[in-house]
Design a protein around this ligand. Structure first.
Ligand code: 5GP
Ligand code: ZN
Length: 116
């Protein structure tokens, strides 16, 4: 996916404020944070959305969620956080590379479906 924005970030072609990285996963600060803590967790290899995952992606998906707590703690959201995975047109997904938003801070993030 040569021109995919998040593939380019994963390859280091576009700079990002990285907060976590391992061999399969990258997490970086959202460029337009909606809350004091707003991090995007992505698989380094291209998966278009949660509607495009294969059975073989299940361990990777689990690991993307499993790193959320550590990221939230590290970034200043120690008492909880929200994970959002917008999917497809109906889900309001703007970047077509799977990503989980981790949002939080020291105040509650608000009602579940209010636009963050
Ligand atoms: P979506 O609406 O697809 O769930 O969320 C896409 C997110 O990517 C948005 O919150 C937007 O602010 C963020 N974003 C878009 N372009 C960039 C970028 O170039 N760098 C970073 N760090 N975040 C981006
Ligand atoms: Zn991609």
């Amino acid at each position: 996916m040569d021109n995919c924005l998040f593939c380019r970030i994963a390859r280091g072609e576009i700079p990002s404020a990285k907060v976590y990285e391992d061999d399969e996963i990258l997490a970086f600060k959202d460029i337009q944070p909606q809350r004091p803590v707003h991090v995007l967790v992505i698989p380094k290899r291209h998966i278009t959305s949660l509607a495009h995952v294969a059975a073989t992606d299940v361990p990777l998906l689990g690991r993307m969620l499993a790193v959320a707590k550590q990221i939230a703690d590290d970034q200043g959201s120690p008492e909880g956080f929200r994970v959002i995975i917008n999917t497809g047109r109906i889900g309001g997904q703007e970047v077509e590379h799977l990503h989980a938003h981790i949002v939080g801070g020291l105040e509650p993030v608000g009602p579940m479906l209010k636009r963050i």
